[in-house]
Design a protein around this ligand. Structure first.
Ligand SMILES: NC(=O)c1ccc[n+]([C@@H]2O[C@H](COP(=O)([O-])OP(=O)(O)OC[C@H]3O[C@@H](n4cnc5c(N)ncnc54)[C@H](O)[C@@H]3O)[C@@H](O)[C@H]2O)c1
Length: 274
């Protein structure tokens, strides 16, 4: 039996991109899931794919920035599986612009999705975790090993022009990760982050003339990378290419496995060496 079989994971932003690939990867390894996304139709695709490989997943359509979502997500995990072993805080999007064009709303939105939403989900998780882990320690001397993986970005760890709010949100989640690793070691929960470089998703789709836009909660956001930008960027990537969503999921998956049981408070860069 696979070492991951029977574990329960929550993955946010699992309707497409890195979150979807992560959910599918975990399901392939026997992990049962609650998968969340804003977009019901995209989440349905994830659920259908997981069903097609005989995996188990339940969908939760909702906005992780809604303060009520965190408690609801944890309650759905518990009412469905009565257990939570892995939380992957992945949901996110970009809202770019030069510093002088950034509005307060834009700044708050980027902090909300990239730092506040993971904070609220993990705070809601702690209400269940603490008594359960204490009881496990009392009866077995150690709590069951659990994993948190927060999705950051090289924008947050090294900075990125036109992404001041996004980069700050992605840096904030690193502080959250390192602090919680120190607080939750006693409960045998490892808390790590993965900082991605260029991964091929709708956020980084190539364009020739005008950047495409995505719709997030009724607002359009320009995304994508100009062909020339991609070419220049890849000169700084030793592997010379962007990562696939499967490769991105692999980095998250590594930190969810028992092989990573003694790794906590770390930021794993997954960027092709950039
Ligand atoms: N693609 C990259 O190169 C790259 C690089 C660094 C970091 N990241 C990060 O990886 C994560 C995943 O991004 P991706 O590239 O797969 O993008 P994506 O757009 O393909 O997928 C992100 C998913 O998150 C969902 N989402 C967005 N806001 C949400 C909300 N408020 N509530 C619930 N779901 C929400 C979207 O609907 C979407 O399905 C994000 O946190 C992103 O910032 C991506």
């Amino acid at each position: 039996m696979n070492v991951m079989t029977g574990k329960v994971a929550l993955v946010t932003g699992a309707g497409r991109g890195i979150g979807q690939a992560t959910a599918i990867r975990l399901a392939r390894e026997g992990v049962r899931l609650i998968v969340n996304d804003l977009d019901a139709a995209e989440l349905e695709t994830t659920l259908n794919t997981i069903a097609s490989i005989d995996g188990h997943a339940t969908g939760f359509v909702g906005d992780v920035c809604d303060p009520a979502t965190a408690d609801d997500l944890i309650q759905v995990c518990l009412s469905t599986y009565n257990q939570i072993d892995i939380i992957v805080n992945n949901a996110g999007y970009i809202w770019n612009g030069a510093m002088h064009n950034h509005t307060d709303e834009q700044w708050q939105a980027m902090l909300e999705i990239h730092a506040t939403a993971p904070f609220r989900i993990l705070r809601a998780f702690s209400e269940w975790l603490r008594p359960v882990a204490k009881a496990e320690i009392a009866s077995h001397g150690r709590a069951v090993g659990r994993k948190v993986v927060n999705v950051s970005s090289v924008s947050g760890t090294t900075g990125s022009a036109t992404q001041i709010a996004y980069a700050t949100g992605k840096a904030a989640v690193v502080g959250l990760t390192k602090t919680l690793a120190k607080e939750w070691g006693r409960y045998n929960v490892t808390v790590n982050a993965v900082a991605f470089g260029h991964i091929e998703t709708r956020l980084t789709q190539p364009f020739d003339q005008e950047p495409p836009a995505i719709d997030v909660m009724g607002r359009k956001h320009k995304v994508g990378l100009a062909a020339a930008q991609i070419k220049a960027m890849h000169k700084t990537v030793p592997l010379g290419r962007p990562g696939t969503v499967q490769e991105a999921a692999g980095a998250i998956y590594l930190l969810c496995t028992p092989d990573a049981d003694y790794i906590t408070g770390e930021v794993l860069t997954c960027s092709g060496g950039a």
